[in-house]
Ligand binder design. Structure first.
Ligand code: PRP
Length: 178
């Protein structure tokens, strides 16, 4: 395992993540059997989780991606986001499962749920690798979560610090900045 000095401790190992993803994929495979399931990944963090999850899902599945930009200037309310790269295809009549690496405030998902609901999907659900509920501002229905985590900065398995560490196979807590 790569050791990185900026990291305080490993929160979930590669093996723990793989085992939990397999469990969640089995639940999703049961729930969506016979449906037209599409996984929608929110770039960039969810890419690692989405590919791992999709490989463990045992029913036919389509995938698509979008990316969001957030506005942080004072004229906008916190958490105001817009679509920077939209889905390649429509979702009308499909059973959409939004795939996230982490849900924090829930503001990103609140916006996404509202936006995608207007496109006529049969259903929209949420699956996330990590859920940091202590930071929640908007209540969003998270149907599937792999792990709930404390209010600490974590990296790995898609999650970054200044765009680094996404490729770690484990999830770790960063040391507090001095
Ligand atoms: C993360 C994550 C969610 C969002 C969650 O993305 O992937 O999209 O933040 O935060 P919220 O619940 O407070 O809205 P980030 O902006 O870090 O982009 P990235 O996926 O490219 O790292």
């Amino acid at each position: 395992m790569t050791t990185v000095p900026e990291l305080e401790r490993v929160l979930f190992t590669k093996q723990q993540i793989a085992a939990r993803i397999k469990e969640v994929a089995a639940e999703i495979s049961d729930r969506y059997a016979g449906k037209d399931l599409k996984l929608v990944g929110v770039l960039k963090g969810s890419v690692f989780f989405l590919t791992a999850l999709a490989r463990e899902i045992t029913i036919p599945v389509k995938i698509d991606f979008l990316s969001l930009s957030s506005f942080t200037n004072m004229a906008r309310s916190p958490g105001y986001v817009r679509i920077a790269k939209d889905l390649d295809e429509g979702i009308e009549g499909e059973d959409v499962l939004i795939v996230e690496d982490i849900v924090d405030t829930g503001l990103t998902l609140r916006y996404l749920l509202q936006t995608l609901a207007g496109r006529g999907p049969n259903s929209i659900g949420i699956v996330t690798l990590l859920d940091r509920t202590e930071r929640r501002l908007a209540q969003v229905p998270v149907e599937y979560r792999c792990f709930e985590i404390p209010d600490r900065f974590v990296v790995g398995f898609g999650l970054d610090y200044k765009q680094h560490y996404r490729n770690l196979e484990y999830i770790a807590v960063m040391k507090p900045e001095k």
